[in-house]
Design a protein around this ligand. Sequence first.
Ligand SMILES: Nc1ncnc2c1ncn2[C@@H]1O[C@H](COP(=O)(O)OP(=O)(O)OP(=O)(O)O)[C@@H](O)[C@H]1O
Length: 238
Amino acid sequence: MIEIKNLNKKYGQSDGIIDVSLTAEPGKVTAFLGPNGAGKSTTFRLLLGLDRADSGSALIEGKPYRDLTAPLWTVGAQFDGSGAHKGRTAKAHLTWLAQSNGIPHSRISEVLELVGLSDAARKRVGAYSLGMGQRLGIAAALLGDPRIIVLDEPTNGLDPEGIRWIRGLLRTLAANGKTVLISSHLINEVQHVADHIVVISGGRIVQSGNVDDLVAGHHDLEAAYFDWTGNAAKGNAA
Ligand SMILES: Nc1ncnc2c1ncn2[C@@H]1O[C@H](COP(=O)(O)OP(=O)(O)OP(=O)(O)O)[C@@H](O)[C@H]1O
């Protein structure tokens, strides 16, 4: 369970995020949806202890990230591709992560298989495509078989087959009782995978609810999204 309450972060003149609250529950895929610059990554950074909030709370299973005793076993997160050194192979990267977190070696081939990188495991990460890098980042997030999974724009760089694959993966994780929180600026991607959607625009939450309830009264989710974010004229979202 993830519980974010009244979170605020200002960056100089920029608004950052204002009074952001959201809950992600076990067994569900929750999508954090909003245009570029809306505040999705800022919220995730605060949740994962990568930055400090000005006020409010962001709890993972009741604790701030920094108080988790075995973070990689509790929460798996992915930001900006794989985060792996370009000169390393995927296998070496995952081996290092597993060893430094007390994760059994056997888990490495399991996650490589899960993300479809078994055949490329001995390739240098520098030779990976964008989509392969994303897959490696997801493999690292799943390494500790965590109960909570947080993925920042996980479909970035994936082709249609990759997007379909990730939908299946996210649904399977949720079906296995995991708490899955993803961010996206692409409505079409989340509409088929999310149980619950939270929409952020200009640093503020503008809507949240389950997909069917949110679409009611609108032509479709895309029309609803543009209504909430007021972004249709700018063409700032998919
Ligand atoms: N380190 C920082 N210094 C200054 N401003 C920042 C910083 N990080 C984020 N911001 C500002 O906070 C706001 C929210 O940015 P954020 O990156 O969280 O948006 P986002 O929804 O993740 O966007 P995208 O979809 O483009 O990744 C933006 O106005 C951004 O310019």
